[in-house]
Ligand binder design. Structure first.
Ligand code: AMP
Ligand code: GLY
Length: 430
């Protein structure tokens, strides 16, 4: 695609590290677009004008896109997608990267996705679907532990309980169905067989039946070193995930990616956006854990720096047609993102702590912002659980990790906490 054919004003919706990575990648396009962000954060504001419209304020975002003459909108988080932001923008004639509410249901309802996976015989764990406690507990008794209990709806990553015992699963079932733990999102649940293996994140740029698979990555969901402690939004990621060998990659494309993209189209969903497939690599083969309908956070921070292909041209092709002609080129280097969180995350953590960033960063190292803000005096402070994402590229994962950790160590912040072992699984294998 010629640079002059690319949109000149691009609005990114969201406020996290993923959106900071998107803003930087879009700005680097040969199309030299003006990139705007809403609502953004203190770091994104250094790269793009930010507008104080929240990511779930659909009418406000549509108004902003019109007022600022955005020629293209790229939506980061799932909530505005499930609220129909992409539909509303398309009604206004504004091209958008991100599915409509019908496509976003693939993330917003785990039951909807399970039914599609089952209907089209795409590998996924066997599961029962329940809205009443008595049949749910009867089903539970018929399955061996460990077993997984999932709230149907969006629960910010907290609606999944991997229960080691039947008693723990029973408690989770009662909490969701009787206790109303996740509100309407938990009024229906899945009880799913537990899959064993290593996880990988496969991000797929989708436009109808056309798709481009982005480089593989692996997230680190638990808060503590050695995959201990509670689940989080993601504490770090690296790319490529070499556990996905070329043979496994072909198998994933043949048994999961292509059938999923085709299934979504066959269900009458006109999907344009990222289909993020969480996959468990089991001894019996790759199996789908979940669909998300947006870029992963922090996977995106480790994947986008590796693209040789222009990110804007890629997403624009998905939105405007022509994705089928895109051949992705990827840099051979490895990339890592280490999330610097506020100590206490994902439970309670302080806000407003000062952040001192290193003055100079070596080539290939970037500090992306997630939960940051400026205080009354203009100083940079913490404003969320995941505060920063330190990304680095290198000829090897080891080199990338060493560079990222050097920068993490150099960040001054009294409440900073980060895992020390991002990428260790792969490093220990090599
Ligand atoms: P989900 O939101 O469905 O991806 O679940 C969040 C996390 O829970 C996944 O990344 C897995 O680590 C774990 N998980 C979900 N489903 C299963 C399963 N069937 N077996 C084992 N672990 C699972
Ligand atoms: N890193 C997992 C997610 O974005 O849901």
């Amino acid at each position: 695609m010629k640079p002059e054919d690319l949109p000149k004003i691009v609005l990114v919706v969201g406020a996290g590290g993923r959106e900071h990575a998107l803003v930087q990648a879009l700005k680097a396009s040969p199309g030299r677009p003006t990139v705007l962000c809403a609502p953004g954060n203190a770091g994104i504001a250094g790269d793009a004008p930010c507008f104080p419209v929240k990511a779930d304020d659909v009418p406000g975002l549509v108004e902003l896109a019109k007022r600022e003459h955005a020629a293209f909108v790229v939506v980061g988080p799932e909530v505005p997608l499930s609220l129909g932001l992409a539909d509303r923008l398309r009604e206004e004639g504004i091209p958008v990267y991100g599915p409509g509410a019908d496509g976003a249901r693939l993330e917003a309802s785990k039951i909807f996705t399970k039914q599609i996976l089952t209907k089209y015989r795409i590998p996924t764990a066997a599961a029962g679907i329940f809205s009443e406690t008595t049949p749910a507990l009867a089903y539970l008794k018929s399955r061996p532990a460990p077993i997984v209990v999932k709230a149907d709806g969006l629960a910010a990553g907290k609606g999944v309980v991997v229960a080691a015992s039947t008693a723990e699963a029973e408690a989770a079932i009662r909490e969701m169905l009787d206790g109303g733990r996740f509100g309407a999102g938990g009024s229906q649940i899945l009880i799913e067989d537990c899959l064993v293996g290593e996880e990988t994140s496969i991000l797929v740029v989708v436009s109808g039946r056309d798709y481009v698979i982005l480089p593989t990555s692996q997230d680190h969901k638990r808060v503590g070193d050695g995959d201990t402690g509670p689940n989080t939004g993601g504490m770090g990621a690296y790319s490529p995930a070499e556990v996905v060998t070329p043979a496994l990659h072909s198998e994933i494309e043949r048994t999961i990616v292509k059938p999923s993209v085709d299934a979504i189209a066959s269900e009458g969903i006109s999907f344009c956006g990222t289909l993020f497939i969480g996959i468990m690599l089991t001894a019996e083969g790759p199996s789908v854990l979940e669909f998300n309908t947006r870029f992963g956070d922090p996977e995106t921070q480790a994947v986008l720096p590796r693209l040789e292909t222009d990110t804007l041209a890629l997403l624009w092709a998905a939105a405007r047609g022509g994705l089928g002609a895109v051949r992705l080129t990827v840099k051979p280097e490895h990339a890592i993102c280490v999330v610097v969180a506020a100590k206490g995350y994902p439970d309670t953590y302080p806000k407003g702590d000062p952040i001192g960033l290193p003055a100079d960063l070596p080539p290939g190292v970037a500090v992306l912002h997630a939960g940051t803000a400026r205080d009354a005096s203009g100083s940079l402070v913490t404003a969320g659980g995941r505060v920063l994402g330190v990304t680095a590229t290198g000829a090897t994962l080891r080199e990338a990790a060493a560079k990222a950790y050097q920068a993490c160590d150099a960040i001054a912040c009294p409440s900073k906490y980060y895992r020390r072992d991002i990428g260790a699984r792969q490093l220990n294998r090599s």
